[in-house]
Design a protein. Structure first.
Length: 373
């Protein structure tokens, strides 16, 4: 049994982390999950829940642009929220925002921590804020273990931002552990998928209607393909987080918006579709890809983002440069020409995304750290 503190600001927007936390509780670990959010964060968007949860509104939205002010304010709140020296281990779910807090606990209380590196750490902090790189490196140096969600992120961070003198030490304590998908998708996989497609072709995408999902850009690619090759419909499922984007999508002839759907409704939608496409950026993992694969759908995914590292290109679908219309066209044509094999591979590929196995890996990691302290 481990006394664990998870620091996870991403839990506010994604419920997938409950897959880990609920299993850890069943294993007998004592869990606390600290989720700092802005005072202005809309209540209806909060995805976090659980008896272990402390959702703490402790800073203003504008502070996100001034890292020291925001994080010192969160740190003051965190210190008063828990008796920090009671924990055996801290698990930080991002390098900069959550990892900075975990390192403060380590410096003040000598509690070891592990830290996950997400694509936002790579694309926002490492790439666009060079003055923050030293902070990120110090967090990595003091961590007991570093986790990447995808091989792609691992490769980019180590190739571009880690000094030569740190490479061997940091690589020795780094591993890639993917996320999983809900067991529901495994138990309701669609093995009766027919190797045919509709006319017009039905492409489906899923996610929050927001700028990062790039639905407008995808819809424009779909319309261009329709005009050049053959008719295509684009079906979008997910909550509306940006009215301007949704309003523009609804003016596009090829688009059908289905709103926010339950898992059961998503499965029914996927089974009426031909392929899944999402060219979001940045994308740490992209759980919607293997969810769609569980229904026999080949996938089109963003080149050099999280999902791109899990399978060889053209195995379960095609990776595409998010700006390249020609590459998108060729991806759709390739999928139509190789539909049966890609669909079969997609169904087989979901076995890599099982939460029980992922949580077992984390448990081994925790025990190894505690046993060697």
């Amino acid at each position: 049994m481990v006394k664990l503190l998870h620091i996870n600001s991403y839990f506010s927007t994604s419920g997938l982390f409950r897959q880990v936390y609920d299993r850890q509780v069943k294993q007998g670990h004592e869990l606390e999950v600290y989720v700092p959010i802005a005072y202005q964060y809309p209540e209806e968007r909060v995805a976090a829940s659980g008896n272990y949860l402390k959702l703490s509104r402790n800073h203003d939205q504008w502070m996100r642009w001034i890292f020291p002010i925001k994080h010192h304010k969160i740190w003051q709140d965190l210190k008063t929220s828990y008796q920090l020296n009671k924990f055996d281990l801290v698990h930080a779910h991002s390098l900069f925002s959550n990892g900075w807090l975990a390192r403060q606990i380590f410096l003040h209380h000598q509690i070891p921590y592990i830290v996950a590196i997400r694509n936002a750490d790579l694309h926002t902090f490492f790439e666009k804020m060079p003055w923050m790189r030293k902070i990120g490196l110090n967090i990595m140096r003091d961590a007991q273990q570093i986790i990447f969600i995808s091989q792609n992120s691992y490769q980019q961070v180590f190739d571009r931002f880690i000094p030569a003198k740190d490479l061997s030490q940091l690589k020795a304590k780094t591993q890639v552990i993917a996320n999983g998908i809900d067991d529901y998708w495994h138990t309701h996989s669609f093995k009766e998928k027919k190797p045919t497609f509709h006319r017009p072709i039905r492409i489906v995408t899923a996610g929050k209607v927001s700028a990062g999902k790039r639905f407008i850009e995808l819809a424009k690619m779909v319309e261009s393909f329709s005009n050049t090759y053959q008719p295509v419909e684009l079906h979008i499922a997910g909550p509306n987080w940006d009215k301007k984007i949704l309003d523009q999508l609804l003016t596009m002839e090829s688009v059908t918006y289905h709103g926010s759907l339950s898992k059961e409704e998503m499965i029914r939608l996927y089974r009426r579709m031909d392929l899944f496409a999402l060219l979001s950026f940045p994308e740490t993992f992209g759980l919607v890809y293997p969810e769609a694969m569980s229904q026999g759908l080949p996938v089109i995914y963003t080149e050099n983002e999280g999902f791109d590292s899990f399978f060889d290109n053209y195995h379960v679908g095609v990776s595409v440069n998010r700006f390249d219309q020609s590459a998108f066209d060729q991806a759709v044509l390739y999928i139509l020409d190789h539909y049966e094999q890609l669909s079969t591979n997609a169904l087989e590929g979901i076995r890599f995304f099982k939460w029980d196995e992922i949580v077992r890996k984390y448990d081994e990691l925790y025990q190894n750290i505690i046993n060697h302290m």
